[in-house]
Write a protein that binds this ligand. Structure first.
Ligand code: HEC
Length: 129
C-alpha cells in the first residue's frame, strides 16, 4: 500500500518547461558592417572635427534642406565631405536604427535615395558630377 501523499509527487515531463531561446534577429547588423563601423568611427571623428563648421554644399537647394531636416535634428548635419560615399551608405543605415530607437519616422525611399545621392555628390573622394 502506498501512502496517499505520493500522489502529489508528480514526476515526468510536466515540470520540464524548456524555454527554447527565442532568437530575435533585431536590426540585422552584419559582421562586415560592424567591422567597418569601427574604422568608420575613428575616421569620422577626425574628419568631422575638420568639417563641422563649413556651410553645407548646395546650401539653399532642396536636397541640402532635406538633408538638414532629416539628419540635423539629433545632432548637427555633418558635412558631406566628412565621409566617402560608401561610408555614408553604412552611416545612413546606422541612423535608421537611431530613428527607430526614438520612434521617429523612418527614412522612406524617395527621401532616402535623395539624401544618399546628395551625400555621395559631395562625399570625399567622390567623382566630379
Ligand atoms: C534619431 C536621432 C538621429 C538622427 C535623426 C540622425 N542621427 Fe546621426 N547620430 C545619432 C546618434 C545617437 C549618433 C551617435 C551614435 C553613433 O555614432 O552611432 C549619431 C552619429 C552620427 C554620425 C557620426 C558617427 C561617428 O562615428 O562619429 C554621423 C556622420 C551621422 N550620425 C550622420 C547622420 C545622417 C546622415 C543622418 C540622416 C540620415 C543622421 N545622422 C540622422 C542620432 C541621429
Amino acid at each position: 500500500m502506498r501512502p496517499a501523499g505520493a500522489v502529489g509527487a508528480t514526476t515526468g515531463d510536466g515540470l520540464h518547461q524548456s524555454r527554447a531561446g527565442r532568437w530575435q534577429r533585431g536590426a540585422g547588423i552584419d559582421v562586415a558592417a560592424t567591422t567597418l563601423r569601427l574604422r568608420l568611427a575613428a575616421a569620422a571623428m577626425l574628419m568631422l572635427l575638420a568639417a563641422c563648421s563649413r556651410p553645407l554644399p548646395e546650401e539653399n537647394g532642396p536636397d541640402a534642406a532635406l538633408y538638414a531636416a532629416r539628419c540635423g535634428t539629433c545632432h548637427l548635419a555633418h558635412h558631406p565631405s566628412a565621409l566617402t560615399a560608401p561610408m555614408w551608405d553604412v552611416m545612413v543605415r546606422r541612423m535608421d536604427i537611431e530613428l527607430q530607437r526614438r520612434g521617429m519616422p523612418p527614412l522612406v525611399d524617395p527621401e532616402r535615395s535623395r539624401i544618399l545621392a546628395y551625400l555621395s555628390r559631395h562625399a570625399s573622394g567622390a567623382p566630379a558630377q
